[in-house]
Design a protein around this ligand. Structure first.
Ligand SMILES: Nc1nc2[nH]cnc2c(=O)[nH]1
Ligand SMILES: [Zn+2]
Length: 475
């Protein structure tokens, strides 16, 4: 499905759900959302009959109508951190932890992206895969290779998926077959990718470049400083990892003995900016979190990866209470799924591990305050993520003036007792979600969150443009 498919005035009819504040999920059972040819939401009506609507909004008589049946519209998901080249290793991590996982699984695979054919095959597949899970915006780590990184940007633009695309920089502690031979090379190749991405989308309306020092252990101080300077010169976004694994934190102490903390290493390189995305942020001190907040830098919470690599449980409730801006990241292939819906579940599970694992004097058995609600985790997946990637004014919810980045969720229904054979309902229309007819609108959303997957995502739009659909999508 090319993004070139034209956008025409469309009315999206049917239930919709979106997060309005961190804890508040709004569900409208009879929604009508009007989207114009630029993909901008022009009206959002609730409890309105379409006939009344046509009278109310002239000029929409000939608009397309797309109806959500047996389901609802939901804002597109925002993946604030993932590694596109690592997708072939999705699910392959064994019992490794970060540093040995990098050497065993990651560097060998990433170094093979010198082959543009291999890059084309994997990137085409992964962009399709993330879109099929409802991911309308994605912050991608690519590899060191300029040509392959530029190709990833081409693919995202052609498919119409909003993306931040980053050429990975690393000038030490990585295999010599996969390392920048100098700081100048790291900066020059990053500049080349920034220039290329801006040449194919000058306004940055779909794809934007992002400066990507892998993480402090694999970048010398001059390399970090060079990239910090590049960020100032180009005003580009920045993404990296911070405080993911305790051995990594120890290593950073050894490599940067004069820095007050892991976070200060990035501060000293002028890499902590309002456009900086820091992935993981598990083992930060309160001082580090305060510094990140002061710089306006953002956090990508990657719970599935953190559990898979036994990196730790990020205390998200504390970070939220301290006012940090947080989105979710699949962090493939540390994370074992390209699905942000899966990440929503893992964010909720991790918050429960934190709740169960940190008894306090007043709550000897359960620190309930640590638990994220379904609505809060969905907020991180949409509005939180939008703020992390600098799109909080454009996407993340259904409001007039925002752009229509959305997914149509379809849920089946288990047939009445008469039809036992069709136990899963109309050819399994609901994928793995079983509705029995008693569920309220809220309960349908909850069942989608805890049982749903990409089979429930039947269509995806970016800026009003249909960028993904399944055979179940009946326009
Ligand atoms: N999870 C994860 N952490 C990292 N830290 C540095 N590189 C990586 C990576 O590729 N994945
Ligand atoms: Zn990562």
């Amino acid at each position: 499905m090319a993004a070139s498919s034209p956008v025409s005035k469309t009315i999206y009819l049917g239930p919709f759900a979106h997060c309005v504040t961190l804890a508040e999920l709004e569900i409208c059972e009879k929604g009508v959302i009007g989207v114009d040819e630029q993909g901008v939401i022009r009206f959002v009506e609730k409890e309105v009959e379409i006939e009344d609507l046509r009278a109310k909004f002239e000029g929409w008589e000939d608009a397309n109508v797309v109806e959500a049946r047996n389901g609802f519209f939901f804002p597109g998901f925002i993946d604030t951190h993932t590694h596109a080249p690592q997708h072939p290793n999705t699910g392959l991590f064994g019992k490794t932890t970060l540093l040995d996982w990098l050497d065993t699984y990651t560097f060998p695979l990433e170094s093979s992206f010198s082959s543009i054919d291999k890059a084309s095959r994997i990137y085409t597949n992964f962009v399709s895969r993330t879109l099929s899970h409802g991911t309308t915006t994605c912050a991608y780590f690519a590899t060191r290779h300029v040509e392959a990184t530029n190709l990833l940007a081409d693919i995202c633009l052609a498919r119409g998926q909003r993306a931040l695309v980053g050429r990975v920089c690393m000038d030490r502690l990585s295999p010599d077959y996969y390392r920048d031979e100098s700081v100048e090379r790291a900066v020059r190749d990053s500049q080349a990718c920034i220039d290329y991405v801006r040449s194919i989308d000058a306004a940055g309306s779909i794809v934007r470049p992002i400066i990507t020092p892998r993480f402090a252990p694999s970048c010398t101080a001059p390399c970090l400083a060079g990239l910090g300077k590049l960020a100032q010169e180009t005003d580009a976004f920045i993404q990296t990892h911070v405080s993911e694994n305790t051995s990594e934190c120890e290593l950073v102490k050894e490599l940067f003995p004069d820095s007050a903390s892991y976070t200060h290493v990035y501060e000293e390189a002028a890499l902590l900016t309002p456009k900086t995305i820091l992935a993981h942020a598990i083992h930060l001190s309160p001082e580090e979190r305060k510094l990140i907040k002061e710089r306006g830098s953002k956090i990508s919470h990657c719970p599935a990866s953190n559990t898979a690599l036994t990196s730790g449980c990020c205390p998200v409730r504390e970070l939220l209470n301290e006012g940090l801006t947080i989105g979710l990241g699949t962090d493939v292939s540390g994370g074992f799924s390209p699905s942000i819906l899966e990440e929503v579940r893992h964010a909720i599970w991790t918050s429960r591990f934190v709740a169960m694992g940190t008894p306090t004097a007043s709550t000897p058995t359960l620190n309930n305050a640590a638990k994220l609600s379904t609505a809060e985790a969905l907020y991180l997946a949409t509005r939180g993520g939008a703020a992390v990637v600098g799109l909080e004014d454009q996407v993340g919810g259904f409001e007039v003036g925002k752009q229509f980045d959305a997914q149509m969720i379809q849920l089946g229904s288990v047939p009445e007792e008469g039809d036992r054979e069709g136990a899963f309902g109309e050819e399994g229309a609901g994928g793995p979600v079983d509705l029995f007819g008693f569920e309220s609108a809220e309960e349908k959303v909850e069942k989608w969150v805890y049982s749903g997957d990409d089979r429930n995502c039947v269509a995806v739009w970016v800026r009003g443009r249909l960028v993904h659909k399944t055979a179940r999508y009946k326009a």
